[in-house]
Design a binder for this molecule. Structure first.
Ligand SMILES: NC(=O)c1ccc[n+]([C@@H]2O[C@H](COP(=O)([O-])OP(=O)(O)OC[C@H]3O[C@@H](n4cnc5c(N)ncnc54)[C@H](O)[C@@H]3O)[C@@H](O)[C@H]2O)c1
Ligand SMILES: [Zn+2]
Ligand SMILES: [Zn+2]
Length: 361
């Protein structure tokens, strides 16, 4: 029996989001219905609403979520009703060329539920990142459910489903940050702060936070930044070099997604250092760099999709570290809100007032 629940949809380009009744089908083969307990508001939800991702309106927004599996379809063996799970947008296929090369964190053929959720008039919804979790219940592919220790708060756990995982993974998976490294993070929103927390966790000796907003720099310190630079007032490349004996940082993580901040990252790293781009640029952006500098400075220029995470490996591990008091994920939750407050949360995000607003159901 399909069920009717409340969910937040983006009806059309730049139109305000609103709460609607949505129809969630029973899970088919390899699908699961999850009772959502919490879902964070991410910048990508705003991109969907603004038409910046694609035109497949109406969208069912929300994708940083945790909840309890309610029912599963045929052939589902990894999760069962009652399991506490974080939803992921990398349900690895096990068969694509990345998976077959033993690199499933790059899986090129991730899957989502086959059936569609709809409005009551039958209009098909496009779930954000194949999840759609600003809703009391959602239908996903069973592989999108990753079981973790239910002792963790759902509001905290859900954030690992996207931005926080992207930031931590940019540092420890893509950037390979390790004990004694110097790290600089440009842009200290939810993603940048997670990169700072990840670098701290990995044993970085120096973690330099760069932002144009002093409030963000103050929060960055509580996440493990050892130094802060306001790049609206100070040249961040000079400042990072000064803080690293004149050389630059071993790893620089760009968490804004703009050409000018990428260039700062490029020149703020030491010779043979690593740049990680985790901020997402928009289609019109272009980057120009002297090719000789690209060659002469050596090292690695990398991009980080979802923190190069493997949900089955990384989510339970990070939840355990959090429960042991070693990873302060609770600091990312700025406020708990209701389903009908998502539009307001977008405004607060836009003004830089919050790291994460989390819808708690
Ligand atoms: N790669 C991935 O898989 C992935 C996943 C989630 C989000 N993201 C992307 O990461 C980026 C950051 O996301 P977020 O949720 O942290 O956003 P956010 O809006 O919370 O944070 C952005 C931060 O950058 C700062 N900033 C803006 N312009 C700056 C500049 N010129 N110099 C220095 N700092 C500047 C802002 O003050 C803010 O603190 C976005 O582009 C988002 O789309 C990537
Ligand atoms: Zn694959
Ligand atoms: Zn997200």
């Amino acid at each position: 029996m399909a069920q009717e629940v409340r969910g937040v949809i983006a009806p059309g380009k730049n139109e305000p989001v609103r709460v609607e009744t949505i129809v969630v089908p029973d899970p088919g083969p390899h699908e699961a219905v999850v009772r959502v307990q919490a879902c964070g508001v991410c910048h990508t939800d705003l991109h969907y609403k603004q038409g910046g991702i694609n035109d497949e309106f109406p969208f069912l927004l929300g994708h940083e979520a945790a909840g309890v599996v309610e029912s599963v379809g045929d052939g589902v063996t990894d999760v069962a009703p009652g399991d506490f799970v974080i939803l992921n947008w990398r349900a690895v296929c096990g068969k694509c060329r990345a998976c077959l090369r033993g690199r499933p964190w790059y899986c090129f053929d991730t899957h989502n539920a086959r059936q569609r959720m709809t409005l009551t008039d039958g209009t098909e919804l496009s779930p954000a990142l194949g999840i759609g979790a600003f809703a009391e219940k959602t239908l996903v592919a069973a592989g999108q459910c990753t079981k973790v220790d239910p002792a963790v708060s759902p509001a905290v756990a859900g954030l690992l489903g996207c931005g926080v995982m992207a930031g931590i993974g940019a540092a420890i998976n893509t950037g390979g940050v390790g004990r004694g490294d110097s790290v600089a993070v440009i842009g200290c929103g939810g993603v940048g702060d997670a990169a700072i927390a990840g670098s701290y966790l990995a044993g970085a000796a120096k973690v330099i936070a760069v932002d144009i907003d002093d409030r963000k720099l103050a929060t960055a310190r509580t996440m493990g930044a050892t130094h802060t630079v306001n790049s609206a007032e100070t040249d961040p490349v000079e400042a990072i070099r000064e803080l690293t004996g004149g050389f630059g940082a071993d790893v620089v993580i760009e968490a804004v997604g703009r050409p000018e901040t990428y260039k700062q990252a490029f020149y703020a790293r030491d010779l043979a250092g690593t740049v990680v781009l985790v901020g997402v640029p928009t289609p019109e952006m272009k980057l120009e760099l002297p090719l000789l500098d690209v060659f002469g400075r050596g090292g690695a220029l990398k991009s980080s999709w979802y923190g190069d995470c493997l949900p089955s490996r990384d989510f339970p591990m990070l939840v355990d570290l959090h429960l042991q008091g070693r990873l302060p994920l609770e600091k990312f939750v700025s406020e708990a809100i209701q389903l009908d407050e998502v539009e307001k949360a977008f405004e607060r995000m836009h003004h830089g007032d919050v790291l994460r607003s989390v819808v708690v159901l």
